[in-house]
Write a protein that binds this ligand. Structure first.
Ligand SMILES: *Cc1c(COP(=O)(O)O)cnc(C)c1O
Length: 397
């Protein structure tokens, strides 16, 4: 085996996404091999002992590591500019590991309140059950973050842009505060994509992805990634993952590894399509609100210009007339399909109030910016004109 990760240092991101982390076997295969194996055999009992003592490099058991999973981790770390990366079975497993590994009973977490529903469950319901208190704040208000800090605050969590409202948080400012109070900042970077926002460079300690979204990008496999310093990833996080077991299947890792080769091509095209669709939606007088990261009139355009290099592939907009009007519109669409997934090559649309954010009370939903008429649209790889034509006929011509 040869490890080629080091050889891509200093090369462009696109090059790293094709070559970084490749582990080539003795057969010299061109495409990365799928090592669909649970475990590994040893030449001797002595070698087995040395492997368990970390004195002999190599693999042991699929819950700890796997050559195909390791290729994905190294390629993603090289792309993100992180010292280390670990893959997980889902995005939520990555979020859970990132948070649980930083806290213990008696600690406190501060998080932005506009979060993906399951992330909010971890912060608001799960952690407090085990003695970790949490405070939810308006993530766009730095004074609110500061006011929420307690002597036992150990972690900050945020998502930017947030799902589904596309609200943006100043990551460098929040990270400055986290550093000042000795808390670790965890950023869920799913909506931005690894191409358009680099939270580690903005001061985050850990970045998490649902690789289910743009990284797979073709609606096939669930997966998650957590990235950061060697100390954090190969310390508490690796131990947490190894002992609790949310390992990524080698098959899913292989699909995602190959998907990384085309990530920039796909995301740039999807973002270009999203820009065209958002511009068209903004021109429709009957839509009271259209949110898009690439819109120069986005309320946080200044922060976007500072921390993002592209517009994401998501659009959020409001139809007048609440849930009934939203459902009528969704049911008329023919090409754009109703699905709660996102980041796919296929354009997908969802009504957050009755799906991803259904379990919250109307008051909480309102505080998160999720109104009854709000629609989230994930733009895919179809031609933008076909998407616009479908939206046009569904909006009534
Ligand atoms: C989908 C998503 C998750 C969870 O990822 P899974 O792979 O579904 O577990 C977390 N955060 C955000 C922002 C998401 O969109």
């Amino acid at each position: 085996m040869t490890i080629e990760a080091a050889s891509t240092a200093g090369l462009h991101p696109e090059t790293r996404l094709v070559h970084a982390g490749t582990l080539r076997s003795q057969f010299g295969e061109t495409s990365e091999a799928l090592f669909l194996t649970q475990g590994h055999v040893y030449d001797s009992a002595e070698q087995c002992e040395a492997r368990f003592l970390n004195k002999d490099p190599g693999f042991q058991y699929g819950r700890f590591s796997n050559p195909t999973v390791s290729m994905l981790e190294q390629r993603m770390a090289a792309f993100e500019g992180a010292e280390s990366c670990r893959a997980t079975a889902t995005g939520m497993a990555a979020v859970t590991a990132a948070l649980m590994s930083q806290v213990r009973a008696g600690d406190h977490v501060v998080a932005a309140r506009a979060l993906f529903g399951s992330c909010r469950y971890i912060i608001e319901d799960l952690l407090p059950r085990y003695g970790v208190a949490s405070t939810l704040v308006d993530g766009t208000d730095l004074a609110a973050w500061r006011a929420a800090v307690q002597p036992n605050t150990k972690a900050f969590f945020l998502e930017s842009p947030a799902n589904p409202t596309l609200e943006v948080i100043d990551i460098a400012a929040v990270s400055g505060l986290a550093k000042a109070v000795g808390a670790k900042l965890v950023v869920d970077n799913v909506f931005a994509t690894p191409l358009f926002q680099r939270p580690l460079e903005l001061g985050a300690d850990l970045v998490v992805y649902s690789a289910t979204k743009h990284i797979d990008g073709q609606g096939r496999c669930l997966g998650g990634l957590v990235l950061g310093s060697k100390e954090l990833i190969e310390g508490e996080i690796q131990i947490f993952l190894r002992q609790t077991g949310p390992a990524l299947s080698p098959f899913n890792a292989w699909v995602m590894l190959k998907a990384l080769e085309t990530l920039p091509l796909r995301i740039r095209q999807q973002a270009q399509n999203a820009t065209a669709v958002a511009k068209w939606l903004k021109g429709r007088k009957e839509l009271p609100h259209v949110a898009f990261i690439g819109d120069p009139e986005h309320p946080q355009a200044k922060i976007i210009a500072k921390q993002m290099s592209g517009p994401s592939t998501l659009i959020a907009f409001e139809v007048a007339g609440g849930k009934d009007a939203a459902f009528r519109f969704l049911n008329k669409l023919r090409l754009i399909r109703i699905s709660n997934n996102l980041g796919d090559a296929k354009s997908l649309i969802v009504h957050p109030a009755t799906t991803t954010h259904q379990r919250f009370t109307p008051e909480v939903r309102a505080s998160m910016g999720v109104s009854d008429g709000l629609i989230r649209l994930s733009i895919g790889l179809e031609h933008a004109d076909d998407l616009i034509a479908d939206l046009q006929q569904a909006l009534g011509g």
